[in-house]
Design a binder for this molecule. Structure first.
Ligand SMILES: [Zn+2]
Length: 240
């Protein structure tokens, strides 16, 4: 299993690693990585993989192969690809990833403000969206959301992680806000992301990458909620 260095430190931009395997679709598996693989609505990272003798291979995206292995997808299936055992230096397109971290953390704040079930979501470099199951569209006001989310950002709340057992999560189903994304379980414990002291603003299972403090998000704008189906309302936000 690939060691996920971004779990302990999402601000790591590069790392040395060793090539474990190369698949037949131009995907490189390393023993450790700073690259986040597509999951939970957050896109996989792009960047470069520098291999002695091969130069800097462009990485178009990063995905999970079988749920365990992080696969760095070489752009255009460039060849030759590195051999297993080769040393490599993995470096993120940090500007893009940092925008994902800001947008992702902003969506947690949106989720905290809109007290309805989440049915879907997507993060991008310029912002993100969440879909909510809301019967009455007048229950959410664009102006109120934009002003409240920017207040929470300006208050510069801490963003931290907590771990609980799967049994404790099962006993507190209210912690799971997103019906469309299963919490990252399987190892006996679950990672929670806590915004504000003790998770007072938002507390929910999440395996993504976030900024350390809400102030890093910067100002956001919130678009008018769109109807996506009878009860589904899509709310988009954009980074400044
Ligand atoms: Zn998250």
């Amino acid at each position: 299993m690939t060691e996920l260095l971004f779990r302990a430190d999402p601000y790591l931009r590069d790392c040395d690693a060793r090539v474990v395997a190369v698949n037949d679709r131009g995907g490189v598996i390393l023993d450790r990585t700073v690259f986040y693989a597509t999951a939970g609505g957050q896109p996989g990272d792009a960047g470069t993989l520098e291999v002695p003798g091969l130069g800097a291979l462009p990485i178009a995206t990063t995905i999970y192969d079988d749920g365990k292995h992080v696969v760095h997808v070489v752009e255009g299936g460039a060849s030759p690809l590195p051999e297993p055992g080769a040393e490599a230096h993995a470096a993120l397109d940090w500007e893009r990833r940092y925008r994902h971290m800001r947008a992702h953390t902003a969506l947690h704040l949106l989720c905290a403000l809109v007290k309805f079930p989440v049915t879907g979501g997507q993060i991008a470099a310029d912002g993100g969206r969440l879909d909510f199951d809301i019967a009455d569209p007048s229950a959410v006001s664009r102006e109120m959301l934009e002003s409240e989310i920017n207040r929470l950002i300006a208050e510069d709340h801490p963003v931290a992680e907590q771990w609980i057992s799967e049994a404790d999560l099962a006993a507190n189903p209210g912690l799971v806000r997103t019906m469309s994304v299963k919490p990252p379980t399987g190892s006996g414990r679950v990672r929670l992301v806590a915004i504000g002291e003790g998770g007072g603003i938002d507390l929910q299972p999440c395996g993504g990458t976030h900024v350390r403090r809400t102030g890093e998000i910067g100002r956001v704008t919130v678009a008018k909620p769109e109807s996506k189906g009878r009860q589904n309302r899509r709310i988009r936000l954009s980074l400044a």
